[in-house]
Write a new protein. Sequence first.
Length: 506
Amino acid sequence: MGPGVPYLCALPARSARQTLLASAATAAVLALPARAEDKGPLGLEELCAALERRVEEFMLPNGLTFLVLERRLAPIVSCHTYCDIGAFDEEDGQTGIAHLLEHMAFKGSQRIGTQDFRREAPLLDALDEVFYALRDARRAGAEAEAARLDAELRRLTAAAGELEEANAFGALLQRAGAVGLNATTSHDATKYFASLPANKLELWFALEAERFQAPVFRALYSEKRVVAEERRARIDNAPLGRFQEAFAGAALANNYRRPVIGYASDVEALGRRELESFFTRWYGPSRLTIAVVGDATASQVRGLAEKYFGAWRASTPEPAGNLREGRQCTAGTAEPAYCAMSPRAASERRLEMPARAGPAVMQAYYRPSLHSPDAVTLDVVCDLLSGSRTARLARGLVQTGRAFSASASSGYPADKRPCAVLLYAIPGASATLEATDAALRQQAAALAADGPSNIELERIRKASRYSLISVVEALTTADVRDVASRTFSRNNCFTGFVLPEARSLG
């Protein structure tokens, strides 16, 4: 057993190992043998010890980590691949590339997703040449040449499409009985999921090895149109989406300021060269953690891991300024002791924007990354504010009619690097934006001044999400008060107002 499980019992489950172990923790506790009734429920230390005994961890020589939880309740396995790469790792001008690569990860390889790769490959190369020529023509304002190249791009796309076996990657798994095929991209990570019959585990390993060791980014230029439509639906044509993009861009100083889906102009300019360069640089074995839970032994998983991933070597060295542990704000800039974030324009700490989605108010209070000693306490702070129907924002704003809804999030928009605590509220029917803004600040200030009551803190200790985190057991009212007071101050806040009409708050 490696060092990962005890670490889960000390910090929030959000890094690669912690995220996967958090899922394993739930499964392991459900699978624990029943305890004699007269002895009562398992205590915290016993739960951690039981989990530590059940989850097995090993690492291949290339740095690829595996977590295995054997559960023989049904002949099923669930597989989760965590890639420690996300939108934060993108360079300016290439936003959206991590999300686009998530889409391309289902396009197959030289052996999967094509009728004849020898015929397809020259067409893919020709597509790239035409795309980059088209990009240059558009930048130069050569409209006639751009129109000709655009027509040629569409012709080649159709020709390559005739050789593509669309959705072949997923179809292979689905025909084998797989369910829950999905993937997500965030600022901090990219994740792939699947559950399938246990006797098809080797098929999953074979396909996952193809996905990461021999991908072919086919149908790229048509898939970009899918992503562009996704962006229009989520952001461009969504009033609150436009505000959220503007708010993050104004409030945050590091790469969290940019949308995961990317800026439209950046995605439009991405070609296969950029995708292959990003993939080669970041998607090495040491950045992946794979969890297998279900009807499979650790020795079985190790054998398959060595067979399909053992020979894999990263194409390039680990990137300089390695952000695997998320300890840097921007490349080459170490995180200061407490607050590493500040508004991009220090003289302006608010954003006002009219939108049909209004009115609403958002307050971003800058905080350190999840690696800070304050990270768990900040989670507790947000649970005290909005973790239940009896939390402070519910009682003080929603139940009094001052707000239709109010919430607190401890990691906005993610927390592997310095980020923000986000307070959000929609004013009640008779409340103004100014009053709602003041009410949010009042609740935060009260917690910062007095800390939680003993009853509130005991509720947090009993909350299921903290049942395996021993540090919460040791938190005191003073601990929570001190962290809240460092966080909830006006000079540490950026406020955004969604206005119901084109007016200024003055």
